[in-house]
Design a protein around this ligand. Structure first.
Ligand code: AMP
Length: 407
């Protein structure tokens, strides 16, 4: 069930607290290297400005672990945002406290205030009630547009909703939910999931859940090697999770029971070391030499996976096919990016590494949708109700909350 969205609540002239995800990548000089996350919430911010709201934006950046870390200030984001929305953005010195309260009190309709990094306070990640109440006291309406943290229970996306009566999700959240519903609830079939990345232990719940929904499952990356090992293959010095072999076998068993076709790599690019400059060669899955490690899927696997995807109508993808960060082991991932990007299917790509790979391959515009959530995307694939979204629905059930102004 979807939450209520921003266009269904009255925000005209109100103080609107919008939880966004401005956790942008920065280079070593503190410059923003990719502002996709800022652009992702512009439709919500612009809508609120059109409604003459007083827009209070809150986000985290990096992992300051509850301490004030100057390099993780959102001041750089404030400057970029001001350029994108073509109006001033005032940077608050903190996200709570008297100075911030005074800045909020001075706001006029159409003003934008960006609060300082929420995670400078340990209480944010502790879902602390007092901290949440202090954040809530700044606003009349709560809008959550930070899908990427919806799988977490933090003060700014869960506890805060107990102290602001009017709450809803933003347009980015709406987009995520809409694409997710298209892919998972009522997909045009065949629905094919591609899962890659390093560990299966992180994704076993997703794999099991996907067996109830998809028609075919393609596995690549390090996790495929754990599967091959579980099935009795010799995988040399490749990465594998020995404590997850039973889990891999359980997934194979479930796929078989459900009649889902499971595809594993048939060849690999193997290397003598975890190093781009080391010797490499292509071998079949049955012939990985003893001291070599498989770091990418091979060309025969790209052909096989392309063939499997040939008649797909819906494709969901999370996780690279190899160590794509190194050129020598990136070809398999990039070839598959190109295959998926040029397919006629509805193509939905999970965030994190897969997002980076799609960007690097220059195929960003050709995917139907690239989720802004890494962990949140995986959790939603499991069919779990994300805590950050559940609390936005409660308002529709008439759950009581005290208006932030009164606290
Ligand atoms: P994850 O965070 O689980 O999605 O894993 C992403 C990481 O998996 C990337 O940084 C890749 O370099 C890594 N990876 C993919 N394939 C392999 C492999 N065959 N061996 C080791 N690491 C891999």
């Amino acid at each position: 069930m979807e939450p209520r969205y921003i266009d269904k609540v009255d925000i005209r002239g109100k103080r609107v607290f919008i939880r966004v995800d401005f956790n942008v990548p920065l280079d070593k000089h503190g410059n923003i290297t990719d502002d996709t996350r800022i652009r992702g919430v512009l439709s919500t911010i612009n809508y609120a400005l059109d409604e003459k709201a007083r827009v209070i934006l809150a986000s985290h950046l990096g992992r300051p672990k509850g301490k004030r870390v100057p390099e993780m200030s959102l001041a750089t984001v404030a400057r970029r945002l001001a350029r994108l929305i073509e109006r001033p953005v005032v940077m608050a010195p903190d996200c709570v406290g008297p100075e911030t309260e005074a800045l909020v009190a001075d706001m006029k309709p159409g003003d934008v205030l960006l609060l300082e990094n929420l995670r400078f306070h340990p209480e944010e990640e502790q879902n602390d009630e007092g901290f949440a109440r202090a954040l809530a006291s700044l606003a009349d309406v709560y809008i959550d547009d930070a899908f990427a943290v919806a799988h977490r229970s933090h003060a700014s996306n869960v506890a805060i909703t107990r102290y602001i009566k009017t709450r809803a999700a933003g347009f980015l959240m709406q987009k995520e939910m809409t694409y997710f519903a298209m892919a998972m609830n009522n997909p045009v079939r065949p629905l094919i999931a591609i899962l890659g990345g390093k560990k299966i232990s992180d994704k076993v719940g997703v794999l099991v859940a996907l067996c109830d929904r998809v028609d075919k499952l393609i596995l690549g990356g390090g996790m495929a090697l754990t599967f091959l090992k579980a099935l009795g293959y010799e995988i040399g010095a490749s990465f594998a999770e020995d404590n997850a072999l039973d889990q891999a076998r359980a997934v194979v068993k479930k796929a078989k029971e459900k009649g889902i076709k499971l595809y594993l790599p048939v060849d690999f690019v193997v290397s003598t070391d975890f190093d781009a400059a080391s010797e490499t060669k292509v071998v079949t899955s049955q012939e990985i030499p003893k001291d070599w490690m498989a770091l990418d899927i091979g060309p025969a696997t790209v052909t096989l996976f392309s063939e499997v995807l040939h008649n797909a109508k819906t494709i969901v993808w999370n996780g690279p096919m190899g160590v794509f960060e190194m050129d020598a082991f990136s070809r398999g991932t990039f070839a598959l990016v190109s295959r998926v990007a040029n397919s006629y299917a509805l193509t939905i790509v999970g965030g994190g590494d897969t997002d980076v790979a799609v960007h690097r391959a220059g195929e960003y515009a050709k995917m139907s949708y690239i989720s802004t959530g890494g962990g949140a995307f995986l959790e939603i694939l499991k069919g779990i109700d994300l805590p950050g979204i559940a609390v936005l629905r409660e308002s529709d059930n008439g759950a009581e909350a005290t208006d932030g102004k009164d606290m």
